[in-house]
Design a protein around this ligand. Structure first.
Ligand SMILES: C[S@@+](CC[C@H](N)C(=O)[O-])C[C@H]1O[C@@H](n2cnc3c(N)ncnc32)[C@H](O)[C@@H]1O
Length: 277
């Protein structure tokens, strides 16, 4: 299957308008590989037929299938390690600061199939079970893509997925075998909420957040889109909270409304106070 420049630009424009995700010309091979299963499933002869169907604007299921297929959902448990190490050091301070409310909100935005939010749940169980006993902990996992959210809700992973980022000890402690796969234990599912949120669309009401993981998604957006998302995050992340971006992501050249703080092998961001008008 060959993607013509016109088809490529139509599909890229469709993806950008709906999700903010940008693909460059070097990613034409991705479109071919990712859309082939969608076309096969629907018996669509070629990309031109698929594009025509999308242009009608009437097949919303096909639209979602195409968007989900074109996005990258790559993730793993404890991805990049250092944000989790940094969070481990941050939590005792946060616990002191929230000693009266005894309430923490942690948001994994663009959580993909759940490895990130369950890593956070495991970290809390593993290191802060006693310290946080009796606390209300809200772990919120959101993504644009319903199919990956469904996988996250199920919390069942293949041998390969479980082998990426998890020590044998953590696997034995937090997963149970299930028909050749691995299911996350109830202790780590409890308190996790899954919601569909398009970061580039209108957000539903969100609670003020203590910690936000917004990792490995901004890399796909242009600068104005990143700036708009960070402005909304600014209003949500508490002044003594923390926002983590991915290892290849930065606020440089995007916004100066956040304070960069050095952590353990990575940095995180705190909202600077907004000047009074
Ligand atoms: C590469 S994964 C990153 C997963 C995880 N945060 C990590 O670092 O391992 C990017 C995720 O962003 C999601 N995504 C892309 N555009 C989005 C948007 N506009 N709103 C919400 N999620 C989006 C994709 O569906 C995908 O699951």
């Amino acid at each position: 299957m060959n993607v013509s420049p016109q088809q490529f630009s139509f599909l890229c424009d469709f993806l950008k308008r709906r999700t903010g995700v940008m693909l460059d010309q070097t990613k034409a091979y991705l479109i071919e590989a990712r859309l082939l299963p969608v076309m096969r499933q629907r018996n669509l002869a070629d990309l031109a037929t698929l594009a025509d169907r999308l242009r009608t604007g009437r097949d919303t299921v096909l639209e979602q299938d195409v968007l989900n297929a074109m996005m990258t959902h790559e993730t793993s448990f404890f991805r990049d390690k250092s944000p989790f190490e940094t969070l481990k050091l941050l939590i005792p301070t946060l616990v002191k600061q929230r000693a009266v409310a005894r309430h923490l909100v942690i948001w994994s935005a663009a959580s993909s199939s759940g490895q990130e939010v369950y890593s956070l749940a495991m970290l809390l169980q593993e290191h802060f079970r006693d310290l946080l006993a009796g606390w209300k902990i809200r772990l919120i996992a959101t993504d644009f893509s319903e199919p990956v959210l469904a996988r996250a809700r199920a919390g069942v992973y293949s041998e390969l997925e479980i082998s990426r980022g998890l020590s044998p000890e953590l696997r034995a402690k937090y997963f149970t075998p299930l028909q050749g796969r691995w299911s996350i234990v109830q202790d780590c599912r409890r308190g996790v909420e899954f919601r569909q949120i398009n970061l580039t669309g209108a957000w539903p009401a969100m609670p003020p957040c203590d910690i936000v993981f917004l990792r490995n998604v901004m890399i796909y957006f242009d600068v104005p889109t990143r700036a708009a998302i960070l402005a909304k995050m600014h209003a949500l992340v508490r002044s003594d909270g923390a926002l983590f971006l991915g290892g290849a992501e930065t606020m440089l050249g995007v916004t100066d409304t956040w304070q960069r703080v050095e952590g353990s092998g990575c940095s995180y961001y705190r909202p600077k106070p907004m000047p009074k008008r």
